[in-house]
Ligand binder design. Structure first.
Ligand code: NAP
Ligand code: SF4
Length: 676
């Protein structure tokens, strides 16, 4: 099926068995007690899963380029043996691995930052020092030294990171390069720094050393280049001796989403195609490629020779082998939520994955053999926690019976998938369904299991995963017919009127506001996305941004989102995706109102107190999105049984609960019960 993806390719000195590159990812493991051991274990599982070429997370060539204090660097011979732990492990598993050299430039989160010009980035605290001629020359030497050490450490080559607004990209962009010497001004001058680095590495390490360059194609910021300049630069890369061009989309400071769930799959492969048109070396496409079908199609339609997938390898280390064996429906698909990967990273935590909590925790949760003492376990609740436990425990050899009162699996996930832009949750439900069937988990849906039934079945253990119910509020008039819980509104949106107030502005309040103000259009999803976010679909404008003001998408429904607290809205949203939700609500004309008290509800709407005065917020419908409570009616009766009872997910702890926590809880318990 994925014929194009699995045709071998020779690139410079490398021959690769397939067209899939595992892209560079920061894992946060550099800050762990055993960075190289844990990274080696992380890469090994992916190499064992059949990936042809792995690119490491970014490693700085000197102190100035460090992304943050204590992050990875390769600057001295003494460090080579550490990196060799990684390369030896990956090679033993039959894959190739290259080192990504990343100089953070003005994005460095440390005080010694440098850049072509002293211009602070809008997302940074510190202003960079402008590099002198001598700084530039010594940085070129540092890149050569780093590449040479990488070769000594056994890496099969390097990737130079020249996209997303990091140092090399800062030199090529007029936005950040205001120099008037030979390193600034014309494209030829702005390109000089990266090209000199490539020449110097080639000179030192010869033609058989593999060099991949990740260049910026769509910059998506003012003062960025357009596709024509990007094409010229690609030709310069080719003539300077680069073996493969990888394509980066959008700077980190761009206000257009480039990898989040709201971005359609393969949304930017057309831009990679424009680079491929002008060079003869292989080109790789990246961003929102999360299934084998999408990846195969990009190559088939000629937009790229390779695909560069990063987060999908957090979600499933066996992505390649499953795709190769036509087991695509068994792939645990990255849903592009960013919740446990990038959000963790930006919260200074080790990266993991919402759908695969073992990611980056391979040494802490090593693969277990099938248990020698299988238990008969009842799992009550087929939401994220119950499903995760049932599947993992069955894989480890336990006998599982999974009960749910609903007709379908999913629990709260079934609401998430209805939110516009969150359709990827369907993949998670598909994965769970396929795994239940593959591992033959006995599943009893439409079953309101009773304590008596559980007692008479004589289970060894019972896992309570009954999740949450919407919080009921104690506001006079709460039982009025114009009041709906978020579950009722997601289930029957046709009952919701034109003027709506939403009580509660957490994740679900935002989701509800998007759900109720969404307007379908008849464009294809990529055209619609480009128009919505102001991307020039031809890439001819500077930064590939359309010059005219974007049309607003004001909804015909009037929605007001409320919170009691004063201050900023959206604090509980994801670190890397919250701004997208905020922008969406703004475009749709949703009003935000905070610092208030709820007084009563009647047929006219919601009465509140704000600034010491009583106000009526006229509304046809009032939707309660004020958090949840544990659904724990079985908890107490189960305590009277002799069987051991475990609680996971929302029934255990409702505070801070999300799908990632629920899935992690389920996996951890399955693991714990299997090592006892
Ligand atoms: P939440 O994030 O805790 O938000 C609850 C909202 O209700 C807050 O705005 C809170 O603000 C209000 N509230 C709390 N108690 C109230 C009360 N007694 N009366 C009136 N208002 C009350 O909960 P959620 O929205 O239900 O989300 C549940 C979980 O799912 C969270 O962990 C969330 O992160 C996750 N989730 C995230 C997303 C996302 O990031 N896009 C989407 C869906 C769900 P005030 O107290 O100021 O009124
Ligand atoms: Fe993908 Fe979400 Fe996992 Fe990150 S946490 S790898 S975005 S599924």
């Amino acid at each position: 099926m994925s014929d194009h993806l699995f045709s071998p390719i020779s690139i410079g000195p490398l021959t690769l068995a397939n067209r899939i590159i595992m892209g560079s990812m920061h894992t946060g493991l550099d800050h762990s007690d055993d960075p190289f051991g844990r990274l080696a274990a992380f890469y090994k599982e992916r190499a064992d899963g059949g990936v042809a070429l792995i690119v490491t997370g970014g490693v700085s060539p000197n102190e100035y380029g460090l992304i943050s204090p204590g992050s990875m660097k390769l600057t001295h011979l003494e460090q080579v043996s550490d990196y060799k732990i990684i390369t030896d492990t990956v090679h033993q598993s039959g894959s190739k691995i290259i080192l990504q050299i990343l100089h953070a430039g003005r994005y460095a989160k440390q005080e010694n930052l440098v850049a072509p010009s002293a211009i602070r980035s809008p997302i940074s605290k510190f202003e960079p020092k402008e590099m002198s001629e001598q700084d530039i020359l010594s940085t070129i030497e540092d890149f050569v030294n780093c590449a040479s050490l990488a070769q000594q450490a056994g890496f099969d080559g390097i990737e130079l990171l020249g996209s997303e607004g990091y140092c090399l990209n800062e030199f090529t962009a007029l936005r950040t390069n205001h120099r008037t010497d030979r390193w600034g001004g014309s494209l030829e001058n702005r390109a000089r720094f990266p090209l000199e680095i490539i020449r110097a590495i080639r000179h030192k390490l010869g033609s058989q050393f593999f060099i991949q360059y990740r260049m910026s194609v769509l910059e998506l910021v003012e003062g960025g280049w357009n596709i024509e300049e990007a094409q010229q630069f690609a030709k310069l890369l080719e003539s300077t001796g680069v073996d493969l061009i990888n394509t980066g989309i959008g700077w980190h400071e761009a206000s257009i989403p480039t990898i989040a769930m709201q971005v359609p799959r393969a949304a930017f492969s057309w831009a990679t195609g424009k680079i491929k048109q002008v060079v003869n070396i292989p080109v790789a496409a990246a961003n929102r490629i999360n299934t084998a079908e999408v990846a195969d199609n990009i190559i088939k339609q000629g937009d790229a020779d390779m695909v560069y997938l990063s987060r999908p390898f957090l979600a499933d280390p066996d992505f390649v082998i499953k795709a190769q064996q036509n087991r695509n429906d068994e792939i645990n698909t990255c849903i592009a939520c960013n919740q446990s990967c990038l959000d963790n990273l930006f919260n200074f935590k080790t990266v993991s994955c919402l759908v695969n909590p073992r990611a980056c925790h391979e040494t802490l949760m090593p693969k277990l053999p099938t248990t020698s003492s299988p238990k008969n376990i009842a799992v009550i609740g087929a939401g994220a926690a119950g499903l995760s436990f049932a599947i993992e425990a069955k894989k480890l050899g336990h006998n599982i019976t999974l009960y749910d009162a609903a007709a379908d699996i999913g629990g709260q996930l079934a609401h998430a998938r209805k939110v516009p832009g969150k359709e990827e949750f369907d993949e998670l439900l598909r994965y769970f369904n396929v795994m239940l069937e593959k591992h033959q988990v006995t599943t009893q849906l439409n079953t309101h299991v009773t304590v008596e039934q559980l007692e008479s079945a004589n289970y060894d253990s019972i896992v309570l995963a009954t999740g949450v119910i919407p919080r009921r509020l104690d506001i006079p008039g709460i039982d009025n017919s114009n009041v709906f819980s978020y579950e009722e509104a997601f289930r029957a949106p046709e009952k919701i009127g034109q003027t709506v107030v939403i009580i509660g502005a957490g994740g679900i309040g935002y989701d509800m506001a998007e759900f109720l103000t969404h307007q379908d259009d008849d464009k294809n999803p990529i055209d619609s996305f480009n128009a919505h976010w102001g991307i020039d679909p031809e890439g001819l404008q500077p930064g590939s941004l359309v010059s005219s003001i974007q049309p607003t998408m004001k909804s015909s429904r009037e929605v007001t989102l409320l919170q009691r607290k004063a201050g900023k809205f959206g604090r509980s949203l994801g670190k890397t995706t919250g701004w997208i939700h905020q922008a969406e609500l703004h475009k749709r004309g949703v009003k935000l109102l905070g610092d208030l008290r709820y007084l009563k509800i009647d047929d006219a709407g919601l009465h509140i107190e704000k600034d010491g005065e009583t106000q009526l917020l006229a509304a046809d419908s009032i939707i309660i999105c004020a958090g949840q409570e544990s659904r724990d009616e079985l908890a107490e009766p189960l305590n009277n049984l002799a069987t051991s009872v475990y609680r996971i997910g929302g029934v255990k702890e409702v505070r801070e609960l999300d799908a990632a926590q629920a899935i992690r809880d389920g996996s951890k318990l399955a693991y714990k019960l299997s090592i006892q």
